[in-house]
Ligand binder design. Structure first.
Ligand SMILES: Nc1ncnc2c1ncn2[C@@H]1O[C@H](COP(=O)(O)OP(=O)(O)OP(=O)(O)O)[C@@H](O)[C@H]1O
Ligand SMILES: [Mg+2]
Length: 299
C-alpha cells in the first residue's frame, strides 16, 4: 500500500489531543508505519465478555523483523471473533502463535503472554501436542490426509492410541454431523478424503479439528479457496458451531466477517487497531482508519 493512499489526518478526534506536534497531524496508520506505538481502540463490549483466551502485550519477531507489536486482546468464550486487515498485517502469525505453530520456525522470538483459562500457553513446560488438541486449526487450503474419510476424522484419536471401533464410529459420526458433512458422506466413509470436493474437504478438516474436542477453533481464511456455494456452507457451519466452540477466524472478506462473527478485530502492520462488536465496528467504527479499511478505501 502506498503512503499516499493513507488518510492524512485522524477525523475521529480520539488521538488528536493525546500528543502535540506535527505527528498528531498524521493519520494513525501513517504514525504506526513510521514506527510509533499507539494504544488499540478496544470497545468496552469486548471487555464485558468472559475471555477464554487472553493475549497480553504479545510481540513476535521473525529474526530481526518484528511482525506483531504489543497485541493485547481478549477472545470471548463461545463467540466468533474475526481478524481482518491488509495482507501481511500479522493475522496468520497471531493465529499460529495461539497454538504454538510458530515454535516450528527457528528464528521466531516472542515476548508477552497468552493465557487459556488463566494458564500461560507459552511457557516451555506446556505440552504442545495437548495444546493443539484444544486449539483445532483449519487452513486456507483444505488439507485432508491421503486416507479414508473415516480415518481423516478419527486421526486425532488414533494418535492417542484409541482403537475401540465403537468409540471411533461414534466420534466419526458426531464430528461429521458437527461439520455438516455427515449426510453427504455417510455412505462413502471408506473412500479417500481426497475424493471429496474442495468445500467438502474443508468441512472434513473442520470435522477432524472437532474430533479432538477442542475449546477453540482457529480458522485461517477457511473459505478463500472455495467456490461461493461451498463457501456459504462453511460460513453456515461457523455460525452453527459458535456457542459450542470459541472461534477465531481470519478473513479478507468483509461481508463474511460481518455475517459470521460476533466480534471483529482490525489489524494493521502487526498492530491491533480497533476491536469491538462486529455490528458496531462495521456500522459505527470509532476510528476513521477502520472505516476506510472496511469500506475498501485502502488495503
Ligand atoms: N515464516 C516467516 N518468516 C519470516 N517472516 C514471515 C514468516 N511468516 C510471515 N512473515 C512475515 O510476517 C508478517 C505477517 O505475515 P502474516 O502471514 O502473519 O500476515 P497475514 O496478515 O496473515 O497476511 P495474508 O492476509 O496475506 O495472509 C509479514 O510481513 C510476513 O512477511
Ligand atoms: Mg495469512
Amino acid at each position: 500500500m502506498s503512503r499516499e493512499t493513507l488518510p492524512q489526518e485522524n477525523a475521529s478526534g480520539a488521538d488528536a489531543s493525546d500528543d502535540a506536534g506535527p505527528r498528531s497531524q498524521l493519520g494513525r496508520l501513517q504514525r504506526i508505519a513510521a514506527g510509533e506505538h499507539l494504544p488499540s481502540e478496544i470497545h468496552p463490549a469486548v471487555m464485558e465478555e468472559t475471555p477464554i483466551l487472553e493475549i497480553d502485550q504479545f510481540n513476535l519477531w521473525y529474526g530481526s523483523k518484528q511482525a506483531l507489536f504489543d497485541v493485547s486482546m481478549n477472545i470471548p468464550t463461545g463467540k466468533v471473533t474475526a481478524l481482518i486487515g491488509p495482507s501481511g498485517c500479522g493475522k496468520s502469525t497471531l493465529l499460529r502463535s495461539v497454538n504454538r505453530m510458530n515454535d516450528l520456525i527457528d528464528a521466531v522470538r516472542t515476548s508477552g503472554d497468552m493465557r487459556l483459562y488463566d494458564q500461560s500457553i507459552l511457557s516451555p513446560d506446556v505440552d504442545v501436542i495437548e495444546l493443539r488438541k484444544l486449539m483445532g486449526m483449519v487452513f486456507q487450503k483444505p488439507n485432508p490426509f491421503p486416507m479414508s474419510i473415516f480415518e481423516n476424522v478419527v486421526y486425532p484419536l488414533r494418535i492417542d492410541g484409541e482403537n475401540n471401533r465403537r468409540v471411533l464410529d461414534e466420534v466419526c459420526e458426531k464430528s461429521l454431523r458437527g461439520a455438516a458433512l455427515w449426510d453427504e458422506v455417510k455412505d462413502r466413509l471408506h473412500e479417500s478424503g481426497l475424493s471429496l470436493s474442495g468445500g467438502q474437504q474443508q468441512r472434513l478438516c473442520i470435522a477432524r479439528a472437532i474430533a479432538s474436542d477442542p475449546e477453540v477453533l482457529l480458522l485461517d481464511e477457511p473459505c478463500s479457496a472455495l467456490d461461493p456455494v461451498s463457501s456459504g456452507k462453511v460460513e453456515d457451519l461457523i455460525s452453527e458451531l459458535s456457542g459450542q466452540y470459541t472461534i477465531l477466524v481470519v478473513t479478507h472478506n468483509m461481508q463474511q466477517a460481518a455475517r459470521v462473527s460476533d466480534f471483529t478485530a482490525f489489524m494493521y502492520l502487526g498492530h491491533l487497531i480497533e476491536y469491538g462488536h462486529t455490528e458496531v465496528l462495521f456500522n459505527d467504527p470509532r476510528l476513521r482508519e477502520t472505516d476506510d479499511y472496511i469500506t475498501g478505501r485502502f488495503g
